[in-house]
Design a protein around this ligand. Structure first.
Ligand SMILES: [Zn+2]
Length: 194
């Protein structure tokens, strides 16, 4: 099984205002706030074909291609085949983040393709934005917080709680850990401003 560090980073570059904006975009992008979001169906509903790929080791673990040929726009998301399903879900949601946040349809032409491959070696601001978008799509804040608090009232062991949340939301454990701190950090900041 290949390793990816997609879920291992923090959002150093992003301001609270930008995060709030991304969260709102993610909420309207995903529409319903179910726990069990099918991220492939979500991508398909936005006109994407989702395909698995075998990237050379360490080269990439996902990508997005939007191109225009003979007047028709085709949209594809590629995801490394040799990753577990939780990682793949996160990567697909991350690519949708690039689509929702960084893609400009007006700039696409027969000559200009929107192409982005994710190596996840350097985490630029755009990468952090796409990761944050993915977390918002896969773990909507309010629902996430309710479940976290419910579990915390019944289970003492933090590790066990994180594990359960990882299984409920079907995302990698580090992504859950980061979401816990994000959701509470955001809340603390909002309270400060009140
Ligand atoms: Zn990316």
């Amino acid at each position: 099984m290949k390793k990816t560090n997609i879920e291992g980073m923090v959002y150093m570059c992003l301001t609270q205002e930008r995060k709030k904006e991304i969260e709102q975009k993610a909420n309207s992008f995903r529409q319903e706030a179910d726990t069990e979001i099918d991220v492939i169906l979500l991508a398909v509903s936005k006109g994407f074909m989702v395909m698995s790929a075998n990237f050379p080791e360490g080269n990439a673990d996902g990508g997005i291609i939007i191109k225009k040929e003979k007047g028709t726009i085709t949209k594809q998301i590629l995801v490394e085949d040799n990753l577990d399903s939780y990682q793949q879900r996160f990567i697909i949601a991350h690519e949708l983040g690039h689509y929702a946040l960084h893609y400009d349809q007006a700039r696409i032409s027969e000559k200009v393709t929107f192409l982005h491959m994710d190596t996840h070696e350097n985490k630029t601001e755009a990468e952090q934005e796409a990761d944050f978008f993915a977390a918002c799509v896969l773990m909507p804040a309010q629902h996430f917080r309710e479940l976290f608090e419910d579990l915390s009232s019944r289970i003492g062991d933090h590790k066990v709680i994180i594990n359960i949340l990882s299984q409920i939301f079907r995302v990698p454990i580090p992504a859950v850990m980061r979401r816990v701190s994000e959701v509470y950090l955001l809340e603390a900041k909002l309270n400060e401003q009140r």
